[in-house]
Design a protein around this ligand. Sequence first.
Ligand SMILES: [Zn+2]
Length: 450
Amino acid sequence: MTATVTPTRPDGTSPGGSGAVVLHYTLKALGRISAARGGEVGNSRRIHEVIPGSVVRGALAAAWWAGDAPSGANAARFRELFESDLIVRQAVPDGMSLEPISARRCKYPTPACPVEWHDLAQQGEPMKKCPTCGGALDAGRGWAWTETPRTVHVTRTALAADETAQDDQLFTRRAVRSRTVLRGSVVMLNPDAHTEDLAWLTQPRELRIGGQRSHMGQTGWTCARALDQSGLSGAVGTALSPERVTLRTLSPLIVIDDCGAPTLDLGPTLRRCWPEARVVDEWVRPARVSGWHVASGLPKPEDLACEAGSTFVIEGLPADATRQLVPGLGLRRLEGFGEIEVVAMEGPVPAQRSVAEPAERAPAEDPLDRFIAVVPAGDLPALLPRVAEGVRSVLEARPGTRGEALAAVLRQPWAMQLGAGARASLSALLAVEDLPTMRNRLDALREAHR
Ligand SMILES: [Zn+2]
């Protein structure tokens, strides 16, 4: 399939030539990858588990300047490629999937509750509580692990002048495990002008991704032209229904209003492209995106964004909008922001976590073992005292109020930040009949992790 699409460039100008070409790339982590997210907090550093396009783009640019450039390449060609015609999108680790912000499902499921997400954008009917148990609902949160997170904690120590370890100078950062496979795509605008660059992109090479590149970040890059040149989840060239289309962000979307001010409202951006288009419904989670400019050693400006998974129901798009949406929407698209998925309106939402769920629910499985299995090992020492305290608060609750005490534990900030699997295990762990034994086991574990 060699179909191409005819988008506009991120700056709004038409690329000319024969449109754009979508390529899919794979990064295989040969070592650990740690792409820092925002500033240092204390002595530990938060990381991107989905590697932003800007980080992958930076690694490609570094390879170019390190002598691995197409033959005859010069600075002008570098600028034309990297600052105008090449969109490099985020790399998502295998084992993560996108929970739409518009999706709902039971928060504290009983074995009878459905495990599938109910997408309010697609399935229409409002849902205020679990249809089976009548309990509270959980909302999708964007990219999430469907299995044990493939991350580890890496601790290093600052060295004194005599190369011995300095006291109180331990630095911890999380990293994506070695051998993790990450996938993403690139879009080449104006491909006729970049035949050699396309060949260069499809050559296997080693890239250094993220921070601490002296001992981390080694990855194997492979890349090939996508068979489906729509670059989107919908079928190639499918004309959009003029009535209603659901758009979902796969990466953070940065949009501005008609005065150039940051906003979470997609409406002005849509109307600048298609005057008839309007947002009829939306589920948006705000996010802040920043980054680190390696060449200058300075932080990039922070932008307000609609988090990945934000969902918009749109009316009035032209029939060929799917093609026009290939380069995405909004600002900083060369760095992979604003990647858009057009969602087919029919059919149920894929049960993205259904593979993991039956195991979590299996009655034979011990919820504490499961909790330990799905929480990153480095987080465990800090979590165990909180879990133990949670068990005590449920245990000490007045008769008939255990359900409320359990819900209160799950609402605490540390519990809200757990992944889906860990939360489900925590919920099960707090609901066991023999809470005194659970309390004793947790106390023993805390001793072991001290
Ligand atoms: Zn339920």
